[in-house]
Design a protein around this ligand. Structure first.
Ligand SMILES: NC(=O)c1ccc[n+]([C@@H]2O[C@H](COP(=O)([O-])OP(=O)(O)OC[C@H]3O[C@@H](n4cnc5c(N)ncnc54)[C@H](O)[C@@H]3O)[C@@H](O)[C@H]2O)c1
Length: 446
């Protein structure tokens, strides 16, 4: 929304959220305090905020005034009832629809921006038409393809913008055109794709499933590499140079995280199952199984390498965010690796340049596998990598922050207990250089 506001100064954009603390942070006088860290974002907010970009908790007022409403609320995996642990929880979406229906006195275009199961627009339309005030609602699907860490660049220069709508009807076509016009301000028409609603909804799940599948595929190869003497970086380079395969998303790692991949694949698996497509469901579920395995075996490898016990040993974690250039920790691999190591009574010291200590503790407490007391006793959060590694038995790289490449690894090595082990879960560091310093080096897929 910030990018739309920046690119379309004639459009008033109001971001509304029921979370008052979040909205207050978005309105913080110091633009560096906005709640999401994303390169380039604070500058855009600074430019547009107060001009045509507003953050507010006044939901009804904003609904009343809007012509286009983007529903962008969370769609987490259900934690209860039918589809628990797999289906998308659509209660927040439904609440939005009911609120819009109750408040709207003029025709509105409703845009699904959240990632949703295919055919959700049908349910939305039903709720809006049956509980509304007789005004006309057009529903569009406009899934978001940005990646955290590169969100601003992705929005300024997207590979494509996808808009699904009821293009068979005159009103539907007009609604699609209205949204196309917004994006066409800065995106070439050839990159704005229009489809039917169901194709658009399903394309987002498909894109995330394919992306996550590539990571699980290369991670599966990383384990074979470790057994056979092949190096996964070399394998990835060799296969990526095949133009049919391409070089992107072939980085072996401790596993993917983030709020989307796991949730969206589980959602896809659930959809397949609900249509009785069990083979399709099993096929995609394997991507998640492989990812969980990768996190577990990374932790198990640390334990095995440290002479089969990490009880009371200090292990430094470099990184907690699920990837670099974001402070988002949802489903971060570090959380699960830490949890496995806590099962083994390890002491963990974390340094991440953008993640706050309270978030790290909250992430571990959320798992409910260790008491809050134990988590606070065994996990410490510090402000530098050097501090994290001092007197540690081992250091594990969990996030590929650029700054970790430039650390003074020699002085880190000197401050650690010997033999000093380094586990690179992101294939970030140069094996030869690190081993020359004296580390016992252990990288995924090598
Ligand atoms: N985070 C990403 O990179 C990304 C990328 C593409 C798509 N998506 C999709 O976008 C959606 C949102 O993701 P997110 O990461 O921003 O989630 P989020 O949980 O960070 O944010 C959702 C916000 O919606 C608010 N909210 C919930 N119900 C509301 C209501 N009735 N009225 C007003 N506000 C309400 C919550 O308070 C919360 O602040 C999800 O469907 C996700 O799959 C996210």
């Amino acid at each position: 929304m910030a990018v739309i506001a920046q690119k379309c100064p004639e459009i008033d954009v109001t971001v509304i959220d029921i979370n008052e603390k979040r909205i207050a942070a978005w309105n913080d006088e110091d633009v560096e305090n906005i709640p999401i860290y994303e390169p380039g974002l604070s500058a855009i907010v600074k430019e547009a905020r107060g001009r045509n970009l507003f953050f507010s908790t006044e939901v009804d007022k904003a609904i009343d005034e809007a012509e286009l409403i983007f529903i962008s609320v969370n769609t987490p995996t259900k934690t209860y009832g039918i589809g628990k642990g797999m289906a998308a929880d659509l209660k927040y979406i439904e609440l939005c629809a009911r609120q819009i229906a109750r408040v709207a006195k003029t025709d509105k275009i409703i845009v699904e921006k959240s990632t949703l199961p295919v055919r959700t627009a049908e349910a939305l339309k039903n709720i809006l038409d049956n509980t509304g005030n007789g005004v006309n609602f057009q529903i569009l699907s406009n899934p978001e393809f940005l990646a955290e860490g590169t969100a601003v660049q992705d929005l300024l220069n997207p590979d494509r913008v996808l808009i699904g709508g009821g293009i068979a009807t005159e009103k539907g076509k007009k609604a699609v055109d209205a949204l196309v016009a917004v994006y066409a301000t800065w995106i070439p028409n050839a990159q704005i794709l229009t489809t039917n609603l169901w194709s658009s909804e399903l394309s987002k799940l498909t894109a995330n499933a394919f992306l996550a599948q590539r990571i699980s595929s290369i991670n599966a190869m990383s384990e074979i590499c470790e057994k056979t003497g092949a190096d996964v970086e070399e394998v990835a380079k060799a296969v990526g140079m095949d133009s049919r395969i391409g070089p992107k998303f072939l980085k072996a790692s401790v596993g993917f995280g983030g709020s989307c991949f796991q949730k969206d694949i589980l959602n896809l698996v659930y959809i397949a199952k609900s249509y009785g497509l069990n083979e399709v469901a099993d096929y995609w579920e394997q991507v998640i199984i492989m990812n969980d395995h990768q996190k577990r075996r990374f932790a198990a490898n640390i334990v095995k390498t440290l002479y089969n016990t990490v009880s009371g040993k200090k292990i430094a974690f470099l990184g907690w965010a699920f990837k670099k250039d974001t402070n988002d920790t949802r489903e971060a691999a570090a959380i699960y690796v830490a949890d496995h190591l806590l099962n083994e009574e390890a002491e963990i010291v974390v340094y991440d340049p953008k993640v706050k200590a309270e978030q790290i503790y909250a992430d571990l407490e959320y798992l409910e596998t260790h008491s809050s007391e134990e988590i606070h006793r065994r996990v410490k959060v510090v402000n530098t990598a050097q501090e994290a590694c001092k007197d540690a038995h081992a250091v594990a790289v969990l996030t590929e922050w650029d700054e970790y490449k430039k650390l003074d690894w020699k002085s880190i090595y000197d401050s650690m207990l010997k033999p000093a082990f380094l586990f690179d879960g992101r294939r970030l560091l140069d094996k030869e250089e690190i081993e020359k310093i004296g580390f016992k080096f252990n990288a995924i897929g090598n």
